[in-house]
Ligand binder design. Sequence first.
Ligand SMILES: [Cu+2]
Length: 184
Amino acid sequence: MAFSVEYRTSALRLCLVLLFAFPAPAIITGAAVVYRVGDSAGWTTIGNVDYKLWAATKTFQVGDIIRFEYNPQFHKVMQVTHRHYRSCNTTHPIATHTSGNDSISIASHSHHFFLCGVPGHCQSGQKVDINVLHNNSPLPKTPSLAPPPLTTTPTPSGANHMLSGFEEMVLRIGLLSFAFLYFY
Ligand SMILES: [Cu+2]
C-alpha cells in the first residue's frame, strides 16, 4: 500500500536523522574528556587561581586527559607523591613536563598530585590534586554540577580515543538495526 510505504520511508528517514544528528560524546559514556587545568587561566601563579576549587568541580575518570598550558619560561609541571605534594618538595618528582602544553592521560584511580617545579610557585598555590574516584557512576558529568570541559574533540592518537570511535560505530549500527526491526 502506498501509505504504508510512505510511512516506512519517513520513519526510516527520521531514524537516520536522529542517529547522526547528535554528537557522539553526548550519548556515549566513558569517552575521554580533556580538562584544561585552571580553565582559561591555565597553569600560572597570576591571579591566585584556586586549583583545589577547580579540581573539586570536576569528576575525573580513568582515561581522561589533564592538560597543563603555560609559558615554559616561567613554569613547569611535576608529578609528585602525596608527601611531596603537601610539602612542595620538588627534589624527587615522579615525572617532569616542560613543554608548556602537556597532556597527561589519567591511567588509574586514586590521587594524582602535580605542582609547579619553579621555586616558590607551589608554596603560592600552584599545585593540583587530580582525584579519580573508584565509585564514579557512569553518568557523573551533569552540566548543572560542572562547567563543560574545554574540549571533547578526540585526537587521532591514543587507544582511548580509537576505542571511543569504535564504540560509537558499534552503537550507531546497533541503533540503526533496532530502528529497522522496530519499523519493519
Ligand atoms: Cu610555576
